[in-house]
Design a protein around this ligand. Structure first.
Ligand SMILES: Cc1cc2nc3c(=O)[nH]c(=O)nc-3n(C[C@H](O)[C@H](O)[C@H](O)COP(=O)(O)O)c2cc1C
Length: 189
């Protein structure tokens, strides 16, 4: 698949088939992430790839974190609350969840650099997943259970969590992708 096709076709997938994702495919996603640009070529990312039992543990912890959805009730609307609880508890039955981490840092400038670097790596994962016929969704709601996730996965204390990515084969029925604003630049000659 051409890069621009992947960019256009990528959308967040929130419902997955139960089929496992072959290890070689997951490794290609991680290789795509590791090829991302990073500030000072620091490559601050470490990815914890969960499948099987650890993936189940991630789901249990995320389910407990749904109590925090109350804080977003004005944003998501009370009518979508139950759906949101289901989504974060089950993560669309994604067979793979990738936990994206970076070193903890107090300095604002270096935190910015690390966030942008991991963001680039995450986008590479999302585009590579699209090109491989997989679906994925980047999730920062995991923020609320970051300590529990780190403990369950044995992530060292000098790291912090940026996001998790649900990955798998997309269910056939998918909602229409959201619309895009095209007029997003000011061209100055
Ligand atoms: C930084 C970031 C955080 C996100 N966090 C969540 C999240 O916590 N839960 C979720 O369902 N989707 C999350 N998303 C996915 C966005 O909702 C999605 O990208 C956006 O609605 C546009 O839809 P699309 O990805 O299908 O183009 C996140 C995306 C980004 C870039």
């Amino acid at each position: 698949m051409d890069l621009f096709e992947a960019i256009e076709q990528r959308h967040s997938v929130r419902a997955f088939k139960p089929d496992p994702v072959p290890r070689e495919m997951i490794e290609r996603l991680i290789a795509a992430a590791a090829a991302a640009p990073s500030a000072m070529n620091e490559q601050p990312w470490r990815f914890y790839v969960t499948t099987g039992e650890t993936r189940t543990r991630v789901g249990e912890i995320m389910a407990r974190g749904t109590t925090h959805l109350e804080e977003f009730i004005d944003v998501i609307g009370p009518e979508h609350h139950a759906k949101a609880v289901e989504w974060y508890s089950e993560l669309g039955h994604a067979p793979v969840v990738i936990v994206c981490t970076m070193p903890r840092v107090d300095d604002e400038f270096w935190r910015l650099n690390k966030h942008l670097s991991i963001g680039a790596a995450i986008e590479n994962i999302l585009l590579a997943a699209t090109a491989l016929g997989l679906g994925a969704c980047n999730i920062t709601f995991s923020f609320y259970v970051r300590d529990e996730l780190f403990e369950a996965l044995g992530v060292p204390e000098d790291r912090t969590m940026v996001a998790i990515i649900a990955v798998g084969y997309a269910e056939d029925e998918q909602p229409a992708p959201p619309s895009r604003e095209a007029d997003v630049a000011v061209y100055l000659d």
